[in-house]
Design a protein around this ligand. Structure first.
Ligand code: ADP
Length: 467
């Protein structure tokens, strides 16, 4: 699963923040609790010492008065003192009502009578109220009695509880605020990168000269755009080299192919040429024609890519040109048992003869390539503004969802009938470029089982002059 970098950044930052705040919400109240407990214990010890000294001086007559003085002002608020017999019975008591019943267990009483001073936290009374309690023996002072002094932990518990809740609420608010501001900040930080990728998306083979805007900063964003720009430079150089190589090679191949075609034509006119030799020469001539069309397409494509498709417009007769192209394919058509048929006429158009020859050749070549047996019709039709040339075949036809891609460069539809025909997906895209360069349009009508009709329209001479 692809998690956006913005979400990853923010969630890791929020997890760290939440852990820190949780640690704060645990350790700060713990520290405060320890400090308050230490103070309570110290004060309980001091007051117990004082009460013991009073007891030694005055006996248990003044116990209640002395105990009240000892317990007043203790940190916990609600405090009391208790005097117990070794058996655990209450002798005297002062302060809170919980002290009217024995408050230490037999174990603690025994340990205290053995000479220990015990400080502990206990829960007493019907409410199970928490008290911090100190118990010591008065035995060392000549009396086998137990003195217990205690103070409530209510104040301690409420201070620590309130602090914990406060820290939890502050922590939650901090995480929320940090989350919202982090989301917003990361958006601002990543915005230049999103802009760069959107711009980079628009740069493709046809626009390799375009460059990303340099942000003018020496940060990561600046580095990214200059690295991408350097990469586009290298890509454009590589593509330029390839295009030059394709153009040069195609150019070099044209002359030998033309010579081969001329020599094959000359050989075919020789008298007494045995039939098998004539057939072989005809097959070779057809292959040479096909190679010439390929070379011509490659050369045109290289020119289109370099923006160098120049048209040599002259008035030309489309019917005459169609007749020439059809005659070039006639032998192939006979071999395939396909009838080539031309109908219609039109006024001359202003067009580049070589290029229009290329478009017609591509369309008729395709029609022948994909039609096994049947008829190929080339029709010319003229209206007020344009002259439409249509090449229709009785081939397999093309599914509707393929039609939109048909004129894309290198697009090939490998249907059941067209798979074995070969090809490179260049013919239709080049034809479209040529027709558009003439100010015309090209389209297809086709359905599986009903054949295909490829048409291109060129502006009439008058209409073209108006443009
Ligand atoms: P290719 O060299 O492959 O023929 P094109 O650009 O001329 O390249 O054609 C693109 C695709 O269009 C072909 O692969 C083929 O599937 C389909 N196509 C073109 N013309 C016809 C046709 N007359 N009948 C059926 N399919 C066709």
């Amino acid at each position: 699963m692809r998690i956006p970098i913005r979400l990853r950044l923010m969630s890791s930052y929020l997890v760290v923040l939440a852990v820190l705040l949780a640690a704060l919400a645990v350790f700060v109240p713990l520290g405060l609790s320890r400090d308050i407990s230490t103070q309570i214990d110290q004060s309980l010890r001091q007051r117990t010492e004082q009460l013991c000294a009073d007891y030694l001086r005055e006996g248990d007559r003044e116990f209640i008065e002395n105990a009240n003085a000892a317990t007043s002002g203790l940190l916990g608020g609600q405090s009391w003192a208790q005097l117990l017999t070794p058996g655990g019975e209450v002798v005297k008591t002062a302060g809170d009502s919980v002290s009217t019943t024995p408050t230490v267990s037999a174990d603690i009483a025994a340990s205290v009578l053995g000479g220990d001073v015990r400080v502990l936290t206990t829960e007493l009374g019907p409410q199970r109220q928490r008290f911090r309690l100190i118990a010591r023996s008065l035995g060392s002072l000549g009396h086998q009695q137990i003195l217990v002094l205690a103070t409530s932990l209510d104040l301690h518990d409420s201070v620590v509880g309130q602090l914990t809740s406060l820290l939890v609420i502050i922590g939650l608010i901090a995480v929320l605020v940090a989350g919202i501001s982090g989301w917003w900040l990361s958006r601002i930080a990543l915005l230049p990168i999103i802009r760069i990728s959107r711009h980079a998306e628009r740069i493709h083979v046809g626009h390799l000269g375009e460059r990303l805007a340099a942000p003018g900063t020496a940060d990561e964003v600046g580095l990214l755009s200059s690295t991408l720009n350097a990469m586009f430079d290298r890509l454009r150089d590589g593509l330029d080299q390839n295009q030059r190589m394709v153009a040069d090679t195609s150019h070099e191949l044209r002359t030998p192919l033309a010579i081969m075609r001329a020599e094959l034509d000359a050989a075919l006119t020789l008298p007494d040429l045995p039939r098998p030799a004539a057939l072989a020469l005809e097959r070779n001539a057809a292959e040479v024609d096909r190679m010439s069309r390929l070379v011509s397409n490659l050369l045109t494509q290289a020119r289109i890519d370099r923006g160098e498709l120049e048209l040599l417009r002259r008035p030309m007769d489309l019917r005459e040109e169609a007749t020439t192209v059809i005659s070039r394919f006639s032998e192939l058509a006979i071999a395939k048992q396909v009838t080539l048929h031309l109908e219609g006429a039109c006024q001359p158009v202003d067009a580049d003869r070589e290029r229009i020859d290329q478009v017609l050749s591509n369309l008729i070549d395709n029609a022948l390539k994909y039609t096994e047996v049947g008829v190929i019709d080339v029709r010319l039709r003229q209206d007020d503004t344009e002259i439409v040339t249509t090449v229709s075949d009785t081939g397999p036809g093309i599914p509707a969802d393929e039609l939109v891609h048909l004129f894309d460069r290198f697009y090939r539809f490998d249907g059941a009938h067209t798979k074995s025909a070969g090809g490179n997906g260049l013919g239709l895209s080049i034809s479209r470029e040529i027709v558009r360069a003439h100010g015309g349009r090209i389209w297809v009508d086709s359905a599986p089982g009903r054949g295909s009709s490829f048409s291109f329209a060129l502006p009439c001479r008058s209409a073209h002059t108006e443009i």
